[in-house]
Design a protein around this ligand. Structure first.
Ligand code: 2PG
Ligand code: MG
Length: 432
């Protein structure tokens, strides 16, 4: 009997952090090993990412996933039972072939990623090691430098402000645990400042404070004050990281800032961001221009890429070919890695490897709709990605990931924290 052959696969409908249904998959191997994973869900989604299959119709605003769940329990289980869970590549190739579409639109990327990750967990369990160790195969790994949201905006906060994520990176931290301690102080200070100025209105989808600001830039000013009030030097101890998520408000080279009632063209948008990078301690900017604006991405990267991390998220959708093309054309210098954008672990890993080969920064990332699933923590550590983005410093679907990192750091030791060396040396210092 081969103990790592898949014996059974079962999916059920569970609920995510926005109270929407999602797909949980469980895989059992002949030797008894077991793996489980839950698909996350994005709100600001790239147009080329794997499709989250939703049922449509009146119930739950069309967001139900009964079809995706039955695809797992039906066709997918029938196809994968008897395959070797240790051969992730073959399992994922079978999922891709069975689906037969470029975007997993038939079976659902939510169905395929839940199964693919559950198979990975089962294989690690059969090997008797934690998932990160199964992935690293003895190669040296590091705990990632976290980017942690303080204010949530964009599609995660009713578009109250245009910019989606105002985050911090604890550049001065010497361990993952210390990075969390420092971020916790900044988060607390930000909460206090919001309260004092009469703006405390709860939190957005990923646990960052609800952005009751009059301009996008006001959030930057408040973030710098929060860093200072927490006792840190902005740009040295703690720097700012932005996810502009510009595809949400930009098309065809035009950008509409709803909060400020103004429209910018590509050059205007690049100019505004450059100005921010000159006046604020910004270390990293994600999707500064829209997914349909490679020219804008290239212009921004040409201006700041030697000093600041420029990440492609919607722009690259965790796709290896897109990462290679972007590296060639210098559209950005870092890639966000989201397993459910690709739809299988193997495709996610291929995008990650393409980023590594290009000398890109690599940031494993959660989605705005999350659960207690902590698979991405093990991917970021086991693949030695160097960075991890999970959302803010509240709400248990976020804290579950940070806490899992602490457990791994206890095993690995704080000497293996990636820290600020994953960023360009001058990241965080205002541009001259
Ligand atoms: C992003 C993510 C996480 P969403 O844009 O990077 O912040 O958001 O999951 O909604 O795409
Ligand atoms: Mg993003």
């Amino acid at each position: 009997m081969n103990r790592t052959l898949i014996e059974s696969i079962h999916a059920r409908r569970v609920w995510d952090s926005r109270g929407r249904p999602t797909v949980e998959a469980e895989v059992r191997l002949r030797g008894g090993a077991f793996g489980r994973a839950i698909a996350p869900a994005g709100a600001s989604r790239g147009m080329h990412e794997a499709i989250d299959l939703r049922d449509g119709g009146p119930p739950l605003g069309g967001m139900d996933v009964r079809n995706a769940v039955s695809h797992v329990n039906g066709e997918i289980a029938t196809r994968l039972i008897g395959m070797d869970a240790q051969d992730q590549r073959a399992v994922d190739a079978a999922l891709i072939a069975l689906d037969g579409t470029p975007t997993k639109s038939r079976l659902g990327g939510n169905a395929t990623i839940a199964v693919s990750m559950a198979v990975l967990h089962a294989a690690a369990a059969a090997a008797g090691v934690p998932l990160y160790a199964y992935l690293s195969q003895g190669r040296p790994v590091r705990l990632p430098l976290p980017e942690i949201q303080i204010f949530g905006g964009g599609a995660h906060a009713g578009r109250r402000v245009d910019i989606q994520d105002f985050m911090v990176m604890a550049l001065g931290a010497r361990s993952f645990a210390q990075a969390l301690d420092m971020t916790a102080e900044v988060y607390r200070a930000a909460g206090r400042l919001m309260e004092e100025s009469g703006r405390l209105q709860g939190v957005a989808d990923e646990g960052g404070f609800w952005p009751a600001f009059n301009s996008n830039e006001e959030a930057l000013g408040m973030l710098v004050r929060a860093i200072e009030q927490a006792g840190y030097v902005p740009g040295e101890d703690v720097a700012i990281s932005l996810d502009v998520a510009a595809s949400e408000f930009g098309r065809n080279g035009r950008y509409t800032l709803g909060l400020e009632r103004r429209e910018l063209d590509r050059d205007g948008m690049v100019e505004m961001l450059l100005d921010w990078c000159q006046r604020y301690p910004i270390a990293s900017v994600e999707d500064p221009l829209a997914e349909d604006d490679p020219e804008g991405m290239r212009a921004f990267t040409a201006a700041v890429g030697h000093r600041i991390q420029v990440i492609g998220d919607d722009f690259l959708v965790t796709n290896a070919d897109r990462v290679r093309a972007a590296a060639q054309a210098r559209h950005c210098n870092a890639v966000l890695i989201k397993p459910n954008q690709a739809g299988t672990v193997t495709e996610t890993h291929a995008a990650f490897e393409a980023g590594m080969a290009a000398g890109f920064g690599t940031i494993v990332s959660a989605r705005s709709g999350e659960t207690e699933d902590v698979t991405i923590v093990h991917l970021s550590t086991g693949w030695d990605a160097g960075q991890l983005k999970v959302g803010s410093f509240s709400r248990s679907e976020r804290m579950a990931k940070w806490n899992e990192c602490l457990r791994l750091e206890e095993v690995l030791g704080s000497a293996v924290f990636a820290g600020r060396e994953v960023l360009p040396p001058q990241a965080g210092l205002p541009l001259p």
